[in-house]
Design a protein around this ligand. Sequence first.
Ligand SMILES: [Zn+2]
Length: 372
Amino acid sequence: MEERYVLRRLQRVSGEEIDIVVEDGKIVQITGAGQAQGEVKWDGNAQPAYVSSGWIDMHVHAFPEFDPYGDEIDEIGVKQGVATIVDAGSCGADRIGDLVASGKQADTNLLAFLNISRIGLKRIDELSELSWIDREEVKRAISNHRDSIIGLKARISQSVVKGNGTEPLRIARGLSEETGLPLMVHIGSAPPDIRDVIPLLERKDVITHYLNGKVNNLFDGSGEPLQVLTEAISRGVHLDVGHGTASFSFRVAEAAKGHGIHPDTISTDIYRGNRMNGPVYSMSSVLSKFLYLGYSLEEVIAAVTSRAASWLGKEELGRIQIGDPANLTLFAVKEQATELVDSEGEKRTADRCIEAKGVIVHGKFIECEVRA
Ligand SMILES: [Zn+2]
């Protein structure tokens, strides 16, 4: 089926206004605003919107069967303006095949970190039994799903590892070396002490929840970054937000920004509960918090487009270029007072907010469902 349409007068975060022509799922033309010919699918004259490459959420939970950390792929993907989601270790070797299969049925692109525990988030203490880390099963899963698995996930906090301390992380480190895949490490409450966790991370590994406000966080009582954090940044360790129900604090985020410690990627850690009841709600809501913190629109959008794509080694997902598959997010920045709440229940009032309008993925235009 041949389909051609025009996205008229969209603004890039740089300020440039363009028309984009999509044909057979690909970007075939980019012109100055108002110059492209053809059937208009979106008219920025009537509905002003920004355009970026399709948003990428580096930390979600997209395996609905698992409770509490699960949700439907498209609910946390295209319906929120997110073209590509990266499931953050919902599944280990036992169920990754099911997750990948359901990703193929969805409109949203799905990639995944493989939980090093074969049971994944079937239980929420998935690293409390070391026998659940099966090296052979990890390697088999990776070879079966090479296109989907982009890293390994290890949740290293007290409720997950119980009495095992950093041992699961040491095993994860070995698996990373054997498979060539980087680690995403969730941090949280001690034990293990954060000062024993972070030194085990290497270049390209990801710390998710780096702005959490728990006792065992990455900043001291006066908001100074711990030495293990600044050393990790120098090594090239990647900082990911992973907002979640319990892992984003305005107080910590302000301290971090004050010390020049910025997110490499902004992600939600979204699942059913924190989507419906907050404090996450949506990718737009999380992005609005970073605008509130004083990051520019360009910086905020780069953290869900080019920077994420670059970490993934999939540069085509983070650019708008003729010849590429159409992978775009349309969004607005509304000048209106908006109440934002963090994971500590602390509230801030922002004077503008981001609202996702639509996604083009696999050539298909999907309008977003906006939360009332
Ligand atoms: Zn998570």
